[in-house]
Design a protein around this ligand. Structure first.
Ligand SMILES: [Ca+2]
Ligand SMILES: [Ca+2]
Ligand SMILES: [Ca+2]
Length: 203
């Protein structure tokens, strides 16, 4: 009788062990304490969109959902300090509408507009990057220049043909034009006046 009881106990233990070992993190079944199939509590962390209960169930460390609905793993909120180029950042964690106020991009970082850069100078042909601050000899019309490396209050005045805004931008002190104003020298102006006079004479 005792031997029979021991046998039943042994059999029960074997069934228990067999059942317990059936709970696995790789059996493609949601079992045990898993929050979704083969992930969550005790198993690998769950991927985005998988069911979860607490943040630590998720690879993203964010378990969220509307009140009353099952929670799922979600991507962490993008920030200007998460080490990822997200939101509308022009480079990792800098530039763009979300980060350009507090996190401007350093030299060499990708940018779209000048204000993305600490140097306030975003230039380039196909790919724009932050360059050192505007200078009067960088071959680029930047800063307050009215034409390439001239005009404005800081750079030398522009020669004939240079785009200008006011007379003070021009060496000749003559800034005229209809749609686009350019610096003219006295000879150019004399020729223009002669053409105007000729036109008036023949009409
Ligand atoms: Ca499982
Ligand atoms: Ca970021
Ligand atoms: Ca320049």
């Amino acid at each position: 009788m005792k031997r029979g009881l021991a046998y039943v106990l042994f059999l029960s233990m074997m069934i228990y062990v067999a059942c317990a070992s059936a709970v696995s993190c790789t059996d493609e079944v949601k079992n045990g304490a898993e929050t979704d199939v083969d992930c969550g509590d005790g198993c690998a962390k769950c991927a985005l969109g998988k069911l979860c209960i607490v943040n630590t169930d998720c690879a993203s460390d964010v378990c969220t959902g509307p009140i009353g609905a099952p929670k799922t793993c979600a991507a962490p909120l993008a920030t200007c300090g998460d080490g990822i180029k997200n939101q509308d950042e022009t480079d990792v964690d800098c530039g763009g509408n979300n980060c350009r106020i507090r996190n401007k991009c350093a030299l060499g970082k990708l940018c779209i507009v000048n204000t993305d850069c600490l140097s306030n100078n975003c230039t380039g042909l196909s790919v724009k990057t932050c360059k050192a601050g505007p200078t009067c000899n960088d071959g680029i019309k930047n800063g307050l220049e009215t034409s390439v490396d001239c005009g404005g209050n800081i750079c030398p005045k522009c020669g004939s043909g240079g785009v200008c805004i006011s007379n003070a931008d021009c060496l000749s002190n003559i800034c005229t034009g209809i749609s686009v104003k350019t610096c003219k020298n006295k000879t150019m102006m004399r020729n223009v006046w002669q053409k105007v006079k000729q036109f008036a004479r023949f009409n």
